[in-house]
Design a protein around this ligand. Structure first.
Ligand SMILES: [Zn+2]
Length: 195
């Protein structure tokens, strides 16, 4: 199961929204008291509603993070035990960090964690991890090598205009990454078959 749409992730998002809304309202009330110079102005801390939301938010964020880590551990252990050589895209952390969108930053954190786990587990089990240049991996046809340019992310399938091969976007990119990894290994060939 994908961890981006998990139950905890959704709960965390809902509580994040409640927390922001409640805290904002309370801030307005506190400001109002101050502006009206009331005798006993209320403080932020005197309101428990937003603090409850903050705790729920933190609880679900932690649960979601734990679930992501567990998932990545299972996935990387499975991959490293099953394959002798694993090729991944060498995505630059600098580019990854540029995106401030929440879902993207979670994806970025997960990608970094995924890669770190692969690195040390490959070391433990004596397997080989090859990081390849991500350039053009989603643009090139894995069958004939023709570069048909960038495709928007929502396009999941496409047909090569040169050799007419029908591609699944992710599988085509994976095959290209494998080719690059293979070349990097100096033609030793990759054992990616299930044992
Ligand atoms: Zn082609």
């Amino acid at each position: 199961p994908s961890f981006n749409s998990s139950y905890f992730e959704k709960k965390a998002k809902i509580w994040q929204k409640k927390y922001s809304r409640r805290r904002h309202l309370v801030k307005l009330l506190v400001l109002q008291d101050r502006n009206k110079r009331v005798l006993c102005p209320r403080s932020l801390e005197s309101f428990t509603n937003w603090q409850k939301a903050q705790k729920s938010k933190a609880k679900y964020q932690a649960k979601a993070a734990n679930q992501r880590r567990d998932y990545l551990h299972k996935l990387t252990t499975h991959l490293v035990k099953q394959y002798d050589v694993i090729a991944i895209e060498d995505l630059k952390t600098k580019n990854l960090q540029k995106n401030h969108h929440l879902a993207k930053s979670i994806a970025n954190a997960s990608w970094r964690m995924f890669r770190q786990m692969l690195e040390y587990k490959c070391e433990w089990y004596g397997k080989k991890l090859i990081a390849v240049d991500p350039k053009n991996t989603s643009r090139i046809c894995s069958k004939c090598g023709y570069n048909s340019g960038a495709k928007p992310l929502e396009i999941r399938e496409w047909t090569c205009s040169k050799c007419q091969t029908k591609h699944d976007r992710d599988i085509n990119a994976a095959v290209n990454i494998l080719h690059k990894g293979s070349t990097k290994l100096n033609g030793q060939g990759l054992a990616m078959v299930t044992s």
